[in-house]
Design a protein around this ligand. Structure first.
Ligand code: CA
Length: 220
């Protein structure tokens, strides 16, 4: 027993997956495909995907946003949890990355739920706000370039309904966010973003130490 979050050593991590992971075959195949990619580290872990699916269902989410698609594992995770008339606006700037996931989206029968927008995410989100979609979204996942997080967060918060949730990835930045001496641009950006979020009274917060740290911000 512990009064703080337990260290997830390798044996415990393996046990955790063994007793709880229910990854559908199509997700496992996309994960295997992504593992061959030189930027494979950018993919979320399968247990994080499973948590996000539960969140989407708990929120009765219909309209979702994703900032940072990479090879489309998290888009597929969300799309599989959405009802038949649900959709996810998936923002990325790389057609090369997203092209890896597209055949798997089709395979899973959810291609129609994923509205892929290849453009800088701020442009896509601004266009959605201009189109009057403020307050229309239930869930957003932010997992893109770290210095851009404050911009993405503001826009997603506008697009979210009250009670909607933004999940923000890589809060720990591989542990470097906790190191004040760190010089990496990404770690510094995350430290700044995390400090900002802590004082943001527009949201309720919970940081889940899953994957590389996932903060849930619920719009109040
Ligand atoms: Ca990530």
């Amino acid at each position: 027993m512990s009064t703080h979050t337990i260290d997830i050593v390798d044996r415990l991590y393996a046990y955790m997956l063994d007793i709880s992971l229910r990854e559908p075959d199509v997700l496992r195949r996309l994960r295997d495909e992504t593992a061959k990619h030189p930027m494979a580290i950018m993919q979320i872990s399968p247990e994080q995907g499973q948590l996000m699916q539960m969140l989407v269902r708990m929120l009765d989410a219909k309209n979702c946003i994703e900032v940072g698609v990479f090879t489309g594992y998290s888009s597929l995770v969300v799309a599989l949890a959405l009802p038949a008339d649900g959709r996810i606006v998936a923002c990325d700037i790389s057609e090369d990355y997203t092209a890896v996931g597209e055949p798997f989206w089709k395979d899973a029968g959810v291609r129609g739920k994923i509205d892929l927008r290849i453009a800088p995410a701020t442009e896509t989100l601004d266009a959605m706000i201009t189109a009057g979609e403020t307050g229309d979204y239930d869930f957003a996942f932010i997992d893109a370039d770290k210095p851009g997080y404050p911009e993405y967060f503001e826009r997603c918060l506008s697009l979210l309904r009250v009670g909607g949730v933004i999940a923000v990835d890589n809060i720990f930045m591989d542990g470097n966010a906790a190191d004040p001496d760190t010089t990496s641009e990404n770690a510094q950006a995350m430290r700044k973003f995390n400090a900002m979020l802590k004082d943001d009274t527009r949201v309720e917060l919970s940081l889940i130490p899953i994957g590389d740290g996932l903060t849930l911000a619920r719009k109040v």
